[in-house]
Design a binder for this molecule. Sequence first.
Ligand code: ATP
Ligand code: MG
Length: 581
Amino acid sequence: MRYSQALIPTRKENPVDAELPSHRLLLRAGYIEQLTAGIYTLMPLAWRCARKIEAIVREELDAAGAQELLLPMVQPAEIWQLSGRWDHYGKELLRFKDRKNQDFCLSPTHEEGITDLAKRHLRSYRNMPINLYQIQVKFRDEIRPRGGLMRGREFIMKDGYSFDADYVSAEASYQRMYRAYERIFTRCGLAFRAVEADSGNIGGSHSHEFQVLAQTGEDRILSCAACGYAANEEKAEVKRNQVAQAGSGFVPSSETPQMAEVHTPNARTIDEISAFLALPPEQFIKTLIYLADGKPVAVLLQGNRSLNEVKLQRLLSCEALVLASDTAVHEATQAETGYAGPCGLQIPIYADLDILTMHDCATGANRSHYHVVHVEPGRDFQITKVDDLVLAQEGDPCPRCSQPLQAFRGIEVGHVFLLGTKYSEPMGAHYLDDKGESHPCVMGCYGIGITRVLAAAVEQYHDENGINFPTSIAPYHVILAPLQLKDEAVIETTERLYAELQAAGVEVLLDDRDIRPGVKFKDDDLIGVPYRITVGEKNLAQGKVEFKHRTEKTAQLLDVTEIVAHVRSTITRDLAATMPQ
Ligand code: ATP
Ligand code: MG
């Protein structure tokens, strides 16, 4: 491609409101353009990258025995009503009516679409296992689209689905996809972790997320360097104190003095009250009021810990769990928010395991601007249930080997999920076994955010000058930059190299723009093509050209007769380096 004929609208200024490096750089480097919130055009460079990522995905999935198809993205409400999600999906599902007033939606994911297809074609155990995938634009009316391609409303996803006759076989399909995902993200050149993820309320199933490690990631991951355990924060377990775990209830201390109320004007948060009473946060019982399916419940945690809402929701088996509003808190505690405590509270109380081993604590008095001290659990209040409810944090003991967990931030680029019969059962995707008995198919689903992978790659691969893509997913392999466009020898050599590189299978962007070399190099660095060949009058007189990697400061001088072979072998070496064994 000749740069002079390409659509690469780079910008000098940083776009306002683009906080993430990937968002900022993809806009500045002319990769993407916003049409409206969360909806972007993939300009030619981004589209080339997306196609590279897609090609890797296709190669690996095809090699793992999956088949590509394409399902309609406009879907009739009926199949979503059958699965039950028409009522439950919420506002991310963009719904509309056709001219006959029939309900439709833009598919945010395709469990319904694929199960509907499976129902008609997978009638016998002989039709399985089968694994189908597609690469397609999805629409989710995200409440907060963010970070350009990172969280769009319209985005490209690879979604795949496996169908098996039983769980043993489904587990094998799941493992095949897990391994294919490891290969895909390795080939994309990304530093990632596969982490255990929460699989919602579907019993017996399991799920892993593939997280690209990045400081800017939305997700928090906990992992153990000693045994390899890794989980999303939502799912991460913590090895709990033996005493607490063994304990069936409280063992109140007889040494704790009588509980007493103290006036604590305007001290609401744990930090404020801890400073005010000069007590460490660990001595406090944090009391949170939640509404579980509309009914108030109290949750007790040690003052220095945070609640894992997923664990609480599991314990309560409720559909909706929200932090209570000030009004609801007042109704439940007779006090303003910030002064709730378990003593005398008339709603169900759920406590984290830590509470069992706490003595002589402080907590809210259920009276505005008052707290109580010398609170003894089991003596001054009772609870409904105790369980592990804390959000794991760095330094907590690993649930498997007790070594301290480390915390990372990540970007979820892929998700594999053993679904079981969640969709096949209600939608009637049943097959007949060898005895003629009918069973629901056992399903798995597997997603990769193609456009999010692109953004995540920029998060990992950029510097102050711009993007520096790994060779496997870069839009071009090399930029060919002639310096003197009026010099015949320079032009003649450049044109010859351009033709020879292309003939050798190297993807070249010929920067034939008649602009100052400084401006040219700035743009070339910004767009992140891995290598650059510079053809200049002086070096050419010695039969040389410059060759340099995007991140190297100084260039190598190579013989013009050898450059094509050198570039070719460099690209081959790069691609081999990211190819898993
Ligand atoms: P998230 O928690 O980030 O919203 P999700 O759990 O909703 O993701 P899945 O339904 O598992 O995502 O979708 C599969 C993949 O699609 C995700 O792993 C992610 O890479 C990608 N993806 C999901 N939502 C978006 C989005 N709004 N923009 C870009 N990519 C997305
Ligand atoms: Mg989502």
